[in-house]
Design a protein around this ligand. Structure first.
Ligand code: NAD
Ligand code: DAU
Length: 341
């Protein structure tokens, strides 16, 4: 099986590639990634020399490149993924998340190959009661969420019109190793370690539903093998937390590990102006994937967050090279292209 994984240098897909290579000895992964600011080939250092792994620097919008590339199936992780950036400039979100998905759907249609589209619970918008299921209406609130909802609808249209064997997964908030430090959990860990201010948006009471990245990767793989054409599968681990609760939990674990008074770290918390259109609460009902596919999460949040903190403590160089910008030169040293700037 030659699997085209898009966005493989990002947080979730790099974890996914590692998971697939160690699970299936006969799989070959082709990682197609544009290497935007969020793409970091250092996430894949340990597997980059595998003869079952090929990296291609390229854009999912590039139809010609897709036609030149051989593969049997597509797992589409590539996206502009950060809500705050979509508020500042929606354009790249539409380009990659919508137009890019369209190019991939086209090549999948021409080749008749399976297409798994990795989407998000943010397409459902915000809810005060209950949890989103797959029949919940699409009510995206941020430009990021709107671009993901648009791509989900495009996938649906290729199933209905062209009978493409495509599936959609919609996962809740991920955490774990290799997450880019613009996202809440790595940001809080790193700022606590560096004793920098920890920005909490609004009143800190917004709720997210957290899942460990490895559980998400296992779920995507389970849907790839056992999902039905046109199937939509919510992925979550029934783990709702207020942001401030997450922040305090991280700070208490860091304080304990470094034998510092918790107050020293909680003093770093800084309530800042709220995100525009900030969704109040996400909650995912994963009953369908549990009942129809037999997937369930393995990692309990308290264990997962402690291991994640330990990972960031042991991999200081990984995030320091992101903060300094040095990670961007890795491609050039490994793959021989000269830096343009
Ligand atoms: P990320 O921002 O860490 O990584 C995105 C990757 O896509 C980067 O390597 C980037 O270089 C690449 N990319 C961007 N534009 C590209 C293009 N035009 N062509 C090729 N590659 C391109 O993202 P992530 O957090 O790992 O999210 C991966 C996917 O999972 C996204 O589709 C996102 O919507 C979805 N998702 C994320 C979460 C989460 O909590 N992070 C939750 C649910 C769903
Ligand atoms: O729900 C799935 C989504 O989760 C994915 O589709 C997105 O790609 C991913 O980025 C994530 O979106 P969020 O906006 O929920 O994640 P973020 O880490 O940016 O923020 C989590 C919560 O923490 C949110 O309520 C905003 C808040 N926050 C975030 C940052 C970066 C803060 O309070 N302070 C911060 O500095």
């Amino acid at each position: 099986m030659k699997l085209l994984v898009t966005g493989g240098a990002g947080f979730i897909a790099s974890n996914y590639i590692r998971h697939i290579l160690s699970t299936y000895p006969d799989y070959h992964i082709i990682n197609l990634d544009k290497l935007t600011y969020a793409g970091n080939l250092e996430n894949l250092k340990d597997i980059e020399t595998s003869d079952r792994y090929t990296f291609i620097k390229g854009d999912i919008c590039d139809g010609e490149l897709l036609r030149e590339t051989e593969f049997d199936a597509i797992i589409n992780f590539a996206a502009e993924s950060h809500v705050d950036r979509s508020i500042l400039d929606a354009q790249p979100f539409l380009q990659t998340n919508v137009m890019g998905t369209c190019s991939l759907l086209e090549i999948a249609r021409q080749r008749g190959c399976t297409f798994l589209h990795v989407s998000t619970d943010e397409v459902y918008g915000s809810t005060t009661e209950g949890a989103f299921n797959e029949a919940s209406p699409l009510l995206p609130n941020s430009p990021y969420a709107a671009s993901k909802a648009s791509s989900d609808l495009l996938v649906r249209s290729y199933v209905e019109t062209h009978n493409l064997k495509a599936m959609i997964t919609r996962c809740s908030n991920n955490y774990g190793p290799y997450q880019f430090p613009e996202k809440l959990i790595p940001l809080v860990i790193i700022n606590a370690l560096n004793r920098n201010p920890i920005p909490v948006y609004g009143d800190g009471m917004n709720v997210r539903d957290w899942i460990h990245v490895t559980d998400h990767c296992r779920a995507v793989d389970a849907v790839f093998h056992n999902g039905t054409t046109g199937g939509i599968y919510n992925i979550g681990s029934r783990n709702e937390r207020q942001n401030i609760e997450i922040v305090n939990l991280i700070l208490s674990i860091v304080a304990e590990k470094f034998h510092v008074e918790e107050k020293v770290l909680t003093n770093l918390i800084s309530y800042v102006r709220d995100r525009k259109g900030h969704d109040r609460r996400y909650a995912i009902d994963p009953s369908r994937i549990e009942q129809e596919i037999g997937w369930k999460p393995d990692i309990n949040f308290e264990d997962g967050i402690e291991k994640t903190i330990e990972w960031y403590i042991s991999n200081k160089q990984w995030w320091q090279r992101i903060l300094s910008g040095d990670y961007m030169t890795y491609y050039n040293t490994q793959y021989g292209e000269r830096l343009k700037t």
